[in-house]
Design a protein around this ligand. Sequence first.
Ligand code: 3PG
Length: 307
Amino acid sequence: MKKVLIATEKPFSKEASKAIVEILKENGHEPVLLEKYTEPAQLYEAVKDANALIVRSDIINKEVIDRAPNLEIIVRAGAGFDSIDIKYAAEKGIVVENTPGQNSNAVAELVIGMLVANARNFFNGTSGTELRGKKLGILGFGAVGKRIAALGYGFGMDVYTFTGDGVFATIDPEQSYVKDLDSYDALFKECQYLSVNLPLDDLTRHLVNYDRMMMMPKGGVIVNSARVEIIDEPGLVKALEEREDLRYLTDVAPKSAELKEKFGARLFATPKKCGAQTAEANSNAGTAAASQISSFFKTGKPTFKVN
Ligand code: 3PG
């Protein structure tokens, strides 16, 4: 029997938590829930005798890992694992996994929802615009990017991406309507709407910068459902100041105070990151994490190992 800590500052839905606990118990393990914690100290205390850990965007750094001498596996119930020190975990012999694709539809639906709300002036009764016939560029053609492409195409948008960065695989035949441009710059030049769906790493940090934003066509909109660090925020402030037609929609809170204060309705930010916050996504990602942990302890073989 292994002790599995489910540590979520932003909890899963009740149904998802219940399903996770059931899977772990069925496999003979002892689940422990730490939800809505506010201090790292609570996590330090909870992790000290855990053999496995399920997290969302919770920060799992050296300090946490050093307090968890029995930890064998961490599963990020979600896609991005930039909040986990995967190198240090590897040094300590801890396997880190994610659950790719499990929450992608939820994020994609939120992105399209933000695009519609923006095009309709946040439903304030004034005359808006339609998405049909507009150009949608996708930065990062992974599970979320592919799903946004499908939804955008359903709205009658022309969909573009750039897969030449090697971050993600190429375009599948069933999405042959997506045009693969030859650079990020080309995407910025071509597309009025740009959706950011890249993982955060040294290659993607500040990839959305002032020069590129200034290349966008009139009425350019950037929608970010990935990570705040992919945007060069001082560059974004400058671009929004110089071009009154540009807008920024984000599900990841801006860090810059200027951004939050200066641009009125040209900047929309959700109050708390909620792309993956649906009953379905919680249940898909959470139960996948519980199953991956159970399988790891049964077979010794990892699934979707990232370190
Ligand atoms: C992810 O990387 O899976 C998404 O950004 C969702 O993150 P969350 O689980 O913290 O909502």
